[in-house]
Design a protein around this ligand. Structure first.
Ligand SMILES: NC(=O)c1ccc[n+]([C@@H]2O[C@H](COP(=O)([O-])OP(=O)(O)OC[C@H]3O[C@@H](n4cnc5c(N)ncnc54)[C@H](O)[C@@H]3O)[C@@H](O)[C@H]2O)c1
Ligand SMILES: O=C(O)C(=O)C[C@@H](O)[C@H](O)[C@H](O)COP(=O)(O)O
Ligand SMILES: [Zn+2]
Length: 371
């Protein structure tokens, strides 16, 4: 078992990583139950694959689980589902002191975190992430959100959980495509500022994707340690440090928006293509050695993730994709700070990017990839 602390003064909390933790949920979570019950919000896939483990363990500790089961998928991060979730929580007479458990991937974590942050002006919540993406990224750091017509994650809050309980064995039931998408956010930590970790991913990534328990636990712990340190330093993305976690996301969110947030392109797939594009754009600007951009592109392709517009199945032109980027939350005074790289492990926030140049690059990149 490993415990990583997210140090945020009164909002500090632990991330517990333990193989089989769901089967010991009684000992981890019973202390958070009021009147012998815990409300657990999950989606239909996770309810089938993992909820019984949590339920059995909590029942043995005399805690009844009150489940709220939502439809799976990105479309659930919406006003409609937020409203019905809030109504369901109120019907269960949730009090401000109660803890709501988010059992699932990033969709459930982001939605439940946002609901908890506004219900009765703030109830406690606990993250029990069940996808690789949620275990290495979304369950940590307190970004909560739903999507709006105008774009991704545009309505939300910073609201930290009280505990993150990670059981890597929940990934045994995760579809391979979802594991691969989550791997993009693992790679991200190496590309931001940890070139040794990127090299580890090049050597051991296939073992991690194949479900090797040691590789999985190593990658989860190394990722959450990296994220916890960044969040402790810049909780609300004010200093620029936390913005590094957005590597590949300005491109990625625009690609996701182009697909209408459908399952044609998962978040992690958009981020994978977005990181490869960010490295190639950095190389085109003369900032990054072309060999590094090629290495990043090659690894992303080798693990079966999209690395350009064609492999992300995006047909929109550069200008249309840039129009989506105008909704990015980093936009300030009419300019969009962009995550670029001077090399692998050397990501930085640039304020010198012209969006018409980004549009031109996207068209060139599409033509080069097709050539
Ligand atoms: N808040 C943050 O810091 C942050 C960080 C990264 C991503 N995100 C958000 O996270 C979302 C993506 O999260 P995700 O990739 O976890 O997707 P997801 O929550 O949609 O889960 C992916 C799919 O896997 C299923 N699933 C989950 N766990 C399972 C399990 N153990 N066994 C079987 N099936 C399982 C789900 O039902 C779903 O169909 C996006 O909306 C993204 O914006 C947020
Ligand atoms: O935690 C962060 O900070 C991140 O940026 C993590 C990202 O992986 C995540 O997708 C996040 O939701 C994107 O944030 P946004 O502010 O661009 O919506
Ligand atoms: Zn992300």
């Amino acid at each position: 078992m490993a415990i990583v602390r997210v140090a945020l003064d009164a909002r500090s909390y632990d991330i517990v990583i333990e193989q089989g933790a769901l089967d010991r949920a009684g000992s981890h979570l019973a202390g958070y139950a009021r009147k012998g019950r815990l409300v657990v919000v999950t989606d239909a896939h996770v309810a089938a694959a993992q909820l019984p483990r949590l339920d059995t363990s909590l029942r043995a500790a005399n805690v009844a689980v009150e489940p709220i089961i939502l439809p799976p998928g990105e479309q659930t991060k919406s006003w409609r589902h937020l409203e019905s979730l809030l109504d369901d929580l109120l019907a269960l007479e949730i009090e401000r002191g109660d803890h709501i458990v988010a059992l699932g991937g990033g969709v459930i974590g982001d939605l439940v975190g946002f609901a908890a942050s506004i219900l009765k002006r703030g109830c406690h919540f606990i993250q029990v992430p069940t996808t690789l993406l949620a275990q290495v990224d979304s369950s940590v750091g307190g970004k909560t959100a739903i999507n709006a017509k105008a774009g991704k994650n545009l309505i939300g809050s910073f609201y930290q959980p009280g505990l993150v309980l990670i059981d890597p064995s929940t990934l045994d039931s995760l579809p391979q495509r979802e594991t691969r998408a989550g791997y993009a956010e693992v790679l991200k930590y190496g590309l931001i500022d940890d070139p040794d970790f990127f090299a580890w991913c090049e050597r051991e990534g296939e073992r991690l994707l194949a479900g090797d328990p040691q590789a999985r636990e190593y990658a989860i712990e190394r990722s959450v340690r990296a994220k916890a340190a960044i969040v402790a330093d810049d909780e609300r993305e004010m200093s620029g440090r936390r913005a590094l976690l957005n590597l590949g996301h300005t491109f990625g969110h625009a690609l996701e928006a182009d697909t209408g947030f459908s399952d044609r392109l998962l978040h992690g797939e958009g981020v994978a293509a977005g990181m490869a594009l960010a490295f190639r754009y950095s190389a085109r600007l003369g900032l990054c050695p072309p060999a590094d951009a090629e290495r990043v592109t090659a690894h992303i392709k080798a693990v079966g993730l999209p690395q350009d517009l064609a492999s992300a199945h995006v047909r929109a032109d550069g200008a249309a994709l840039v129009a989506h980027m105008l909704h990015d939350k980093k936009m300030a005074a009419g300019t969009l700070p962009f995550l670029l790289a001077r090399g692998i492990g050397q990501t930085f926030l640039s304020k010198d990017v012209a969006l018409d140049d980004v549009a031109a690059f996207l068209e060139e990149d599409r033509a080069t990839a097709g050539a």
